[in-house]
Design a protein around this ligand. Structure first.
Ligand SMILES: Nc1ncnc2c1ncn2[C@@H]1O[C@H](COP(=O)(O)OP(=O)(O)O)[C@@H](O)[C@H]1O
Ligand SMILES: [Mg+2]
Length: 267
């Protein structure tokens, strides 16, 4: 995927502009930034759900389009209602059982494919359990399986680790990384916290205060760069391969800085 001179604006408020970023097959891009900085909107641009204010966005060398099977998408997490009338395997089958070239895949092929995906995410044991009865971590594994069903060239993940415990965070991150390395998918991974994926990240796109920086984690995650982006002094500390950012302006400060910046969570 490639963005050139990309800008996104709602009313008077520019989320970001003049954004150039390329991502090749097999690369892992982490998108970081405070709430309301435009991370989810960045994914929506790539999904063809949000038009740019300026510049261009392409996937696989062609303008973005809605409903592309080249793209897998893990939306920001919401739990299924307890009475959702779908079993785990039905959810995964929804990703597989599309209409490709207008032909419906036959059910044996679908079943085999669904089994393969359930194995991949370690969900075979609960394949027949209604999704609403599964834990957040189990549900999230199924969303990953569903997003991988089309063998996507580009995998877009919107805070897929949110509300998962540490074990599940590691399992889901490792799974997405495998898709990137072994199946050569390009991965865009929106996250609040870089540490769970730090060993996988090739590049970081950091969005804050209407501006951004792109580069390797070493280039972007520094006291100088983040203090500049936040327009306030923050300290980046590295310890045991982890990165801790100290002194981040809190949500209240953001709200105070910019009347349009929502206190609401991004969707
Ligand atoms: N369609 C829209 N119309 C107007 N404002 C929007 C729209 N989509 C998002 N926004 C605003 O843009 C900002 C960034 O949203 P979002 O991309 O969800 O941020 P993030 O995912 O980084 O939290 C928020 O302030 C949000 O309210
Ligand atoms: Mg968001």
């Amino acid at each position: 995927m490639s963005l050139r001179g990309a800008g996104l604006q709602f009313g008077q408020r520019a989320l970001w502009k003049d954004l150039d970023v390329d991502l090749r097959a097999g690369e892992f891009l982490a998108v970081l930034g405070p709430n309301g900085s435009g991370k989810s909107s960045f994914l929506k641009v790539l999904l063809g759900l949000q038009r740019l204010h300026s510049g261009t966005a392409t996937v696989g060398g062609r303008p973005v389009e809605r409903g592309s099977r080249k793209i897998g998408y893990i939306p920001q997490q919401k739990s299924f209602a307890a009475d959702t009338p779908l079993r785990a395997r039905d959810l995964v089958a929804l990703g597989v059982d599309g209409h490709r070239w207008g032909l419906r895949l036959n059910s044996r092929i679908v079943n085999e494919r669904v089994d393969g995906l359930l194995d991949l995410v370690g969900a075979r044991d609960y394949a027949k359990v209604p999704v609403g009865q599964l834990s957040g971590g189990e549900q999230q594994r199924l969303r990953v399986a569903q997003a991988l069903a089309t063998e996507p060239e580009l995998l877009l993940c919107d805070e897929p680790l949110l509300s998962l415990d540490l074990n599940h965070q590691q399992a889901v991150s490792a799974l997405i990384n495998r898709q990137c390395r072994e199946r050569n998918s390009a991965v865009v991974f929106v996250t609040h916290e870089i540490n769970p994926v730090i060993e996988y990240v090739d590049r970081v796109l950091y969005l804050a205060g209407g501006r951004f920086r792109v580069g390797t984690p070493e280039e972007v995650m520094t006291t100088e760069v983040l203090s500049d982006l936040y327009n306030s002094h923050v300290e980046v500390i590295r310890a045991n391969g982890r990165i801790v950012v100290v002194g981040l302006p809190d949500a209240t400060t953001h709200y105070h800085d910019d009347a349009h910046s929502g206190v609401e969570e991004g969707h």
